[in-house]
Design a protein around this ligand. Structure first.
Ligand SMILES: Cc1ncc(C[n+]2csc(CCOP(=O)(O)OP(=O)(O)O)c2C)c(N)n1
Ligand code: SF4
Ligand SMILES: [Mg+2]
Length: 349
């Protein structure tokens, strides 16, 4: 009897990105969040977007405040720098760090409590300064970590088991960002992987602060069907402003003149392509952005996409005229004024 020859399968070539890394290299530690938490989906989207963009993790710094959302930087980009700060104080820490070393890519992750409640002051100032960073608000309309109190984005009239009834109007993170002169304002839903990844990639290419308000259901404290931050509400009420595609600067862009497509070139040469879905939406028109956000709020629609983008505004480091060498790398001698310079200053006083 002859033995049947067995065929050894050819070894699989691992799929690598433009800097030769497998996707696994972009993961972080094991998540300790509740099963099904929207925040975990957002971490997966960040891993995908960073891997596909060929982001050099060693040049990334992650920031967060306090909350379930603020724990998540531990679960992605395990080779990056990170600073888990105080509740609502992430913008101040991030602003300092990104001025001290302007060559780093900043990713901030915060919650609706961390940003819109305790942190709203720092948030507004970070926006008006256009600090170059991707800022993700993982918005579940509740303080998840401290067991389900109302936050500043909770729906008016909402009832929660332990918190009672919320009598206050919610803040809209995107409207707050627009009013503070944001240069990139978008909203997405943790359950919409394709759109969120395109937005994250575009945000990495934006020169300045990119605000992404992502509705991210808290399955433990705020996932009731009547909550505008629940999975069911999101799935039933999400309306995309446009279909989004991101084309990195190293890829050839093909635009069909007759297509219902609007394109915005980002500062690093990449493109954001916005395909018309219903109305033709111009994301460079700020008044239209206000109107659209206000209408969506009034009609209780979960409108997602990019509301406003202005790629040319100088970022915080440009406005400060910081020198080319990152401040953190300057020697003491380089930061000390010469006797002549000091004399000049003293004379001017
Ligand atoms: C100064 C201060 N006040 C209050 C707290 C308690 N606290 C911790 S997390 C949190 C709210 C977190 O909510 P959110 O930012 O929405 O994050 P989530 O847990 O929902 O992701 C609060 C009030 C704190 N840590 N520090
Ligand atoms: S309490 Fe809510 S926000 Fe926190 S991990 Fe659980 S599901 Fe997520
Ligand atoms: Mg929250």
């Amino acid at each position: 009897m002859t033995a049947t020859p067995t065929r050894t399968p050819a070894p699989k070539t691992p799929k690598v990105n433009s800097i030769g890394l497998e996707k696994n290299a972009y993961k972080g530690g094991e998540s300790t969040l509740c099963n099904g938490c929207g925040h975990d989906s957002i971490s997966s989207r960040i891993i995908n977007a960073a891997w596909e963009s060929g982001l050099d993790q060693t040049q990334v710094v992650k920031f967060s405040g306090i909350g379930c959302s603020s724990k998540t930087p531990a679960y992605f980009l395990g080779m990056s720098h990170a600073f888990n700060s105080l509740h609502g104080r992430m913008p101040s820490i991030a602003t300092g760090a990104l001025v001290a070393n302007k060559t780093l890519t900043g990713i901030g992750v915060s919650g609706d409590g961390d940003t819109a409640s305790i942190g709203i002051g720092g948030f507004k100032h970070m926006v008006r300064r256009n600090v170059p960073m991707v800022y993700v608000v993982e918005n579940n309309g509740v303080y998840g970590l401290t067991k389900g109190q109302f936050s500043a984005t909770s729906d008016k009239g909402q009832k929660l088991k332990y918190a009672g009834v919320n009598n206050f109007m919610p803040l809209d993170v995107c409207l707050e960002a627009l009013a503070a002169n944001a240069t990139f304002v978008a909203r997405s839903f943790a359950g919409d992987a394709k759109q969120l990844e395109a937005l994250l990639k575009a945000a990495f290419s934006h020169k300045g602060l990119a605000i992404l308000d992502v509705i991210s259901p808290c399955v433990t404290f705020n996932n009731h069907d009547d909550s505008t931050k629940s999975y069911n509400w999101g799935k039933e009420h999400e309306i995309q402003l446009h279909e989004l595609n991101f084309v990195p600067s190293f890829e050839q862009i093909e635009i069909d003149e007759y297509d219902d497509e609007r394109e915005v070139q980002l500062h690093d040469g990449s493109w954001l392509l916005l395909k018309k879905l219903g109305e033709d939406y111009d994301p460079t028109n700020k008044i239209l952005a206000y109107q659209t956000l206000e209408d969506a709020r009034r009609d209780q629609r979960l409108l997602t996409g990019i509301f406003y983008i202005e790629p040319e505004t100088p970022d915080f480091n440009d406005l400060l005229h910081t020198v080319d060498t990152p401040l953190a790398l300057l020697t003491q001698a380089e930061t000390r004024p010469s006797r002549e310079a000091l004399k000049h200053v003293m004379e001017a006083l």
